[in-house]
Write a protein that binds this ligand. Structure first.
Ligand code: CP
Ligand code: NVA
Length: 329
């Protein structure tokens, strides 16, 4: 049976920048391999388990992790924290220390990035960020897998983001900076991505050759390989009519896609709010790859799980040996 082929430098995936440029491309390759045939890996995680804890709703993330881990013979346990945030009943650190005694990985969708950081710092097992207020790394990895499947060339092509400069936007910026491609982020004034995340990505972009442009001008989508948008109000964000007043010119509709070009793909992480950030005509068009993105979530996450759980620190046998050593001290 083939063994996991690579080990990642970071124990966790809290954000895309945890991955080195040299780790991202092999992950994309491995995801493609898995997508073509899971048979060689079907028993890899037999007797192993992951916990999925969610403070927010989900369709794609929950299902793709649950069904994805079952493809390896493993078990996923879902913990619904939508009505009782982590860190209230007991500390985040105690929560992490409990989970590390039973399972091999924590997949967490949380209100605050600081909860992800707290879990990652306290638990010995890997922690995967399944969306926070600031990042959605699994989504961005799946999206770049989808782009590559559709012929995206890191050296020549450019991705355009249109709409709110949110968590998904941040992770895509970090991916662009990592693989060295072009990315244009078009937002309404006041909805730009977080300045410190952009600064950190720009530092990596300087080394990778990526060019990242932040603008308020929708005409800058011209020539983009793909146009990507997302909800104007993210989960956990206060609904604000005043904030959304300036968003109308940033709707991805037929006119905006015509500006991008006839071959431009349309992308969305979903769920879509049809008639708001995107029209039916665009999301239902032949250029829309939104369901490829959704499908690829499972394959890239599975590639990630193979590589994260391959580390000796997370091997249950190694953990048992350490526990026995502690007990005999
Ligand atoms: N794209 C995404 O993360 O979808 P869910 O919120 O349904 O998981
Ligand atoms: N930006 C969206 C993404 C949903 C997958 C949110 O955080 O709600």
């Amino acid at each position: 049976m083939p063994e996991p082929t690579r080990r990642l430098g970071s124990k966790d995936l809290t954000r895309v920048l945890d991955l080195s440029p040299g780790e991202v491309l092999p992950l994309l390759d491995q995801a493609r391999l898995l997508k073509s045939d899971y048979t060689p890996w079907r028993d890899t995680f037999r007797q192993r388990s992951i916990v999925l804890l969610f403070e927010k709703p989900s369709l794609r993330t929950r299902v793709s992790f649950e069904i994805g881990f079952a493809r390896f013979g493993g078990t996923a346990v879902y913990l619904d924290h939508q009505n009782n945030p982590i860190g209230v009943r007991e500390t985040v650190a105690d929560y992490g220390h409990n989970l590390e005694r039973w399972c091999d990985c924590i997949v967490a969708r949380v209100m605050k990035q600081s909860t992800i950081q707290g879990l990652a710092a306290s638990a010995e097992i890997p922690v995967i960020n399944a969306l926070s207020d600031l990042h959605h790394p699994c989504q961005a990895l799946a999206d770049f897998m989808t782009l590559v499947e559709h012929g995206f060339d890191f050296h020549h092509d450019r991705l355009a983001w249109v709409g709110d400069g949110n968590n998904v936007c941040h992770s895509l910026i970090e991916m662009a900076a990592t693989v060295g491609c072009g990315m244009t982020v078009v937002t309404p004034p006041g909805a730009e991505p977080d300045a410190s995340i952009v600064r950190e990505a720009q530092a990596r972009a300087c080394r990778s050759g990526a060019s990242i442009e932040i603008t308020n001008d929708p005409a800058r989508v011209a020539g983009a390989f793909a146009v990507y948008t997302d909800a104007w109000t993210s989960m956990g964000q206060a609904e604000s009519a005043a904030r959304l007043k300036g968003f109308a010119p940033y709707q991805v509709n037929a006119a905006l896609m015509a500006t991008a070009g006839p071959k431009s793909l349309f992308m969305h992480c979903l769920p879509a709010h049809r008639g708001e950030e995107v029209t039916d005509q665009v999301i239902d068009s032949a250029n829309s790859v939104v369901f490829d993105q959704a499908e690829n979530r499972m394959h890239i996450q599975n590639a990630l799980l193979l590589n994260l759980l391959a580390t000796p620190a997370t091997d249950p046998l190694a953990r048992n040996a350490r526990a026995s050593a502690r007990a005999s001290e």
